[in-house]
Design a protein around this ligand. Sequence first.
Ligand SMILES: Cc1cc2nc3c(=O)[nH]c(=O)nc-3n(C[C@H](O)[C@H](O)[C@H](O)COP(=O)(O)O)c2cc1C
Length: 128
Amino acid sequence: MKKILIINASPRNGKSHSRKLTELFVKTWVKRYPEDLFTYREVGLSSIPHITESWIASAFVKVEDRTEENQRPLEFSNVLVRELQAADIYVIGTPMYNWSIPSGLKAYIDQVMRIEILPIFRTNFSKS
Ligand SMILES: Cc1cc2nc3c(=O)[nH]c(=O)nc-3n(C[C@H](O)[C@H](O)[C@H](O)COP(=O)(O)O)c2cc1C
């Protein structure tokens, strides 16, 4: 049994083409793998907070040195990261906005790219 995280990034609902595509993906997948579980993360219809100065300052404090004050700005980020870690497969439905992704999806990426969690960051930063 696989866990699939569907991330929808359009601020449109009923008229959204990218949502229709993720729905089509789910319908098709379920026919083949009916035992799999789906979780939805909405980054288009609901707002994902931008990272802040206190978020950045806290994220760069070593986990073992974090005070309660450092924990607070990362609480929502922790929820998103745990959700990502729990999933085996990610499906992102997103429009293209001005040659890029919508700001909600970018804010989501900023929230989940955590220095102490991602091995690629650990390697790069430990050299400096
Ligand atoms: C603000 C805005 C910017 C857009 N920028 C681009 C773009 O740079 N390139 C492109 O091919 N389409 C662009 N589009 C078109 C959308 O990607 C397209 O309408 C897409 O279907 C929107 O996704 P949705 O239907 O899931 O809402 C833009 C649409 C909007 C509203």
